[in-house]
Write a protein that binds this ligand. Structure first.
Ligand SMILES: Nc1nc2c(ncn2[C@@H]2O[C@H](COP(=O)(O)OP(=O)(O)OP(=O)(O)O)[C@@H](O)[C@H]2O)c(=O)[nH]1
Ligand SMILES: [Mg+2]
Length: 458
């Protein structure tokens, strides 16, 4: 059932199990809407109609001569509530039977069961949150490590929305002047100073590209910083993956070409999530499956933030780090580190690739692994732990890119002296795309998509 945004505007009082609980805990059942207090009172032993806001009343859930549970009912009076509506929250015992019966009783009393994300979509429709903040609620619920949690909290506080609104306001001023010119088209007047307008566009484009550039970091924080392990066969890549994860994740064997496909897993270190990716050993081969594995390995290297390139210290005369690294394609901003493995048997050569960060480890004996981890952490902190606004959401990123191209079209149009109405239309496009981020413009399909990704009760 997806009632989405349309359900949220039907004005009904809704209820749902908001926080489920196990046997020992307390579950929260949330009721929100114009009749929340009335309908909640109808299944409670005490009348809540004169209970003050944010006050909890101890009583029993009852109807006729049935008693379901002893519980707390907390009253929140709108508009000072999460949804902006009158809200009652019942704290009932965590028995699966009590939890589902309590919801059923409320529905029998006249509530409608809430759709996914409906409490949050009501908060948005009642102006309690903008869209980016509503999405941050979803991110907060989904956050599984400190980095993702910090970003969600930042977005929930509205810093990103404030920056988007500032961009919109700067643009709206000029859009208004351009529209005015259109009204006076016959008289051929220019209200919008072209030089000033161009300077503003340059400034806006710089601010927007800073935001869109941050998406890469934002995504890495949320999904895990991608660290790809590459190298020729048998260098110990899978052994290193297992050592980094502290788990027996990939198959290790003395046969070269053991890993055919990429193998990846995440782990959280000191609040930062990393995604380690083991790959097929790179070599010339006729084997079609292995060739595909190698293609995937190189592809992973291209999208990784860090590449750990493995060399075997025991066959150093056959290794040519500089040549191998020069063949590797990595993204701008990514870092490649050279890792000499099997140093338990033989020390690595003195100077291999002087300009490259180099580690000497024994993946098998778990030696040198902590040094790699500390370096990864330090690097990630340096890149991600600053106070600037970070875009974490693909929808926001796409809207920023669309805004960027509309603004570039505007600049081009101005430079080529194209008619004012065409310039105005590009500006309107840019405003539209910016507006979809915070919900200042709210095509229903975007809203439905966002809130349907929530679970019921939120
Ligand atoms: N002595 C020693 N042997 C190691 C070390 N790391 C890995 N090995 C051995 O090297 C062989 C290859 O290890 P893997 O981890 O499977 O190597 P790989 O790079 O994943 O190999 P492919 O998947 O075939 O590309 C195994 O026999 C490992 O036990 C190490 O630090 N020291
Ligand atoms: Mg392997």
């Amino acid at each position: 059932m997806n009632r989405g945004i349309l359900g949220a505007i039907d004005g009904k009082t809704i209820c749902a199990l908001s926080t489920p609980a196990g046997m020992g805990g307390i579950a929260v059942i949330r009721v929100s809407g114009p009749e929340a207090i009335l309908l909640a009172s109808s299944v409670f032993s005490k009348d809540l109609s004169s209970t003050l806001s944010h006050q909890a009343v101890f009583g029993r859930m009852v109807r006729k001569d049935e008693v379901l549970d002893e519980c707390l009912a907390t009253v929140f009076r709108g508009p000072g509530t999460f949804t902006g509506e009158d809200t009652v929250e019942f704290g009932v015992h965590g028995s699966p039977f009590v939890q589902s019966e309590a919801v059923r009783w409320l529905i029998d009393a006249g509530c409608r069961h809430a759709g996914p994300g409906e409490f949050t979509s009501r908060a948005f429709l009642n102006g309690k949150l903008d869209l980016t903040q509503a999405e941050a609620v979803g991110d907060l619920i989904a956050s599984d490590h400190a980095g993702a949690h910090r970003l969600a909290m930042k977005q929930l506080r509205g810093e990103f929305a404030a920056e988007i609104n500032a961009l919109r306001e700067d643009l709206i001023g000029f859009a208004g002047l351009l529209e005015l010119e259109l009204d006076f088209a016959e008289e051929d007047v220019e209200f919008a100073d072209r030089a000033k307008f161009d300077a503003l566009l340059i400034d806006l484009l710089a601010r927007i590209s800073k935001l869109s550039d941050s998406f890469r970091h934002g995504n890495a924080i949320r999904e895990g910083v991608p660290v790809a392990i590459l190298g020729a066969p048998n260098r110990g890549k899978s052994t290193l993956l297992n050592a980094l994860l502290g788990d027996d994740r990939a198959i290790v064997s003395a046969t070269p070409g053991t890993t055919r496909d990429t193998v990846e897993d995440t782990c959280i270190m000191e609040g930062i999530k990393f995604r380690f990716i083991d790959t097929a050993g790179i070599r010339e081969t006729e084997d079609a499956i292995e060739t595909e594995g190698i293609r995937r390995a190189l592809e992973k290297a291209q999208s990784a933030a860090v590449v750990l390139y493995l060399m075997d210290a025991t066959c150093d005369e056959n290794e040519n780090p500089e040549k191998q690294l020069s063949l590797l394609k990595v993204d701008e901003g990514a870092t490649v580190a050279l890792v000499w493995n099997k140093t338990d048997i033989q020390a690595p050569p003195k100077s291999s690739a002087p300009d490259t960060i180099t580690f000497a480890i024994s993946a098998q004996k778990r030696q040198g692994i902590d040094e790699i981890k500390s370096w990864l952490l330090e690097r990630a902190r340096g890149q991600y732990d600053n106070d600037s606004i970070v875009v974490t959401n693909l929808r926001h990123y796409e809207a920023l890119i669309a805004t960027q191209s509309a603004l570039e079209a505007t600049r081009l149009g101005l430079g080529n002296n194209i008619p004012g109405d065409l310039v105005a239309s590009d500006v309107r496009q840019a405003l539209h795309h910016l507006g979809t981020i915070t919900g200042a413009i709210d095509p229903e399909d975007i809203l439905d998509h966002i809130f349907s990704n929530f679970c019921i009760g939120k």
